[in-house]
Structure formats: structure tokens, C-alpha cells
Write a protein that binds this ligand. Structure first.
Ligand code: IPE
Ligand code: IPE
Ligand code: MG
Length: 242
């Protein structure tokens, strides 16, 4: 695949774990386990391809409305994922960042695991792995406004000079280019409060495949689709410019 046709940043909405499990007569948590087991394969494939930044939607601010047992299972699985894969990610030069608000509802063990993952990997430069956890796009924008306001009050920010780049710098994704490609699995065609500001010119791929079945080959298919598109950013194609 040609290098320039590759996205620099891919965002994933990992959807369909529950339906994957239901189809097999298994509890929803079995779907979450299978989905979690799939993440590393996709992360490593992105690393092999030289993608600079990947963002995975792990848990939204709205997902707290699910039954407590499911929420607890999701939190445990995330902790297990990090404990199992942290050293490998670190050795491969991956920097882990958490997008979203820290919450006492994560529990002490997960909070400690998240902290050590971020700390251990903070100087890595091969790839950024953003994990969106207790993340909401609207909440992220509100937080950015508040932080800008506080910095302006403290004399650290000239409010009149705020532009789109300044806003980007106050979002959780600061330091990553905007996502070039968003992939949502399992057939749903919506954003579900993900990266609202950042997705302004992102290309979307919606696949019917559920997240636990989303393989590196499926990712390659999505990348071929991406490479075939004409991104115009409001302008014109080269051939239309004459
Ligand atoms: C995605 O799978 C995982 C999270 C939202 C945490 P779902 O649990 O949403 O699966 P479906 O959409 O019910 O199949
Ligand atoms: C989006 O999936 C959130 C994550 C993948 C973490 P949902 O399953 O929560 O989204 P809706 O409810 O179908 O919009
Ligand atoms: Mg879902």
C-alpha cells in the first residue's frame, strides 16, 4: 500500500460485542471478552503499517447506564488487557494515553493500572494509542472551554487569539493529527458522541462485521477503501481544477 494513501490517525468505534455474544447464545460479557482479545491484533497491525496514532472507543459517558455487572466486566477487562499487554506495547514503542475523565467508579485497581500504563509509556514515540474511557465528545468540548477560560483568567492564554488550533490543543487528542479514518463495526452508522470536534473531515467506514470478528484483513479492506477516496476538504479534485 502506498505510504501517502495511509491514514496517519485511525479511530475505532468497537461496536457489536453484545450482538456477537447473543448470536452464539453467550452472555454479553463473553462478547466483551472476545472484543478485548481482538484489540491487540489490530493495534499491532496498525503499528506494522506505520500508523502514527490510533484511538479506540472503549467506554462512553453514556455506557454507565448499562447494568452494573456489565460495567464492572468492561472495567475488569480493560485492566486485564493493560496488565497483559503493557510490557509488549512499551517494548514496541507505543505511548498509551487515556481520553476521558478519570472517575472514582473505575475503582482503585484500574485507576492505578491506567496511571502506570500512561507513566511507563509517556516517552514512547513509535505510535500513540489513545483509549477513550468515560469519554464523551460533548463533555470533552465543555472541558476544553473551561480550561481555556481558566487559563485566560490566569493570564496564560490570550482569549482574543484563540483559534481552531488552540481548541485542538485543549482537547484530549492534543498532539495527534485529526483522525483521517473512522471505522465503526457492527452496522450502526452514527457517531455516538465520539470525537465530535476532531471528525470534521474524517472519512468514515461502517462495516457490518462485529468487533470481535474484525480482523487485520478487514482493516486492510477498510484501508483500501480509504485509499480510493478523494478527500477534497471543500476544494476541488486536481482533475476538476482546469
Ligand atoms: C461495544 O459493544 C462495546 C461497548 C460499547 C463498551 P456493545 O456492547 O455496544 O455491543 P452491542 O452494540 O450491544 O452489540
Ligand atoms: C459506542 O457504542 C461506545 C463504544 C463503542 C464504547 P454504543 O453501543 O454504546 O453506542 P450506541 O448506544 O449504539 O449509540
Ligand atoms: Mg453497541
Amino acid at each position: 500500500m502506498e505510504q501517502q494513501a495511509l491514514p496517519r490517525h485511525i479511530a475505532f468505534i468497537m461496536d457489536g460485542n453484545g450482538r456477537w455474544a447473543k448470536k452464539r447464545g453467550l452472555p454479553r460479557t463473553a462478547g466483551h471478552r472476545a472484543g478485548t482479545q481482538n484489540v491487540m491484533k489490530i493495534v499491532e497491525h496498525c503499528g506494522d503499517l506505520g500508523i502514527e496514532c490510533v484511538t479506540f472507543y472503549a467506554f462512553s459517558t453514556e455506557n454507565w447506564s448499562r447494568p452494573a455487572a456489565e460495567v464492572n466486566a468492561l472495567m475488569s477487562l480493560l485492566g486485564e488487557f493493560l496488565e497483559k499487554n503493557l510490557m509488549r506495547l512499551h517494548t514496541n514503542g507505543v505511548r498509551i494515553r487515556i481520553l476521558g475523565e478519570a472517575s472514582p467508579r473505575f475503582g482503585e485497581a484500574l485507576t492505578a493500572t491506567l496511571h502506570s500504563a500512561v507513566e511507563l509509556t509517556k516517552n514512547n514515540t513509535k505510535m500513540i494509542l489513545n483509549v477513550a474511557l468515560n469519554y464523551g465528545g460533548r463533555a470533552e468540548i465543555v472541558r476544553a472551554f473551561k480550561a481555556m477560560h481558566a487559563d485566560a483568567e490566569a493570564g496564560k492564554l490570550d482569549f482574543d487569539a484563540v483559534d481552531e488550533k488552540t481548541v485542538q490543543d485543549y482537547l484530549y487528542t492534543a498532539g495527534c493529527p485529526e483522525p483521517d479514518l473512522l471505522i465503526r463495526t457492527s452496522g450502526e452508522q452514527r457517531i455516538s458522541n465520539f470525537l465530535l470536534y476532531q471528525l470534521a473531515y474524517t472519512e468514515f467506514v461502517f462495516t457490518p462485521v462485529s468487533w470481535p470478528d474484525f480482523t487485520p484483513e478487514r482493516l486492510d479492506e477498510a484501508l483500501r477503501d480509504f485509499a480510493s477516496r478523494s478527500r477534497r476538504f471543500g476544494g476541488l479534485d486536481k482533475e476538476s481544477k482546469c
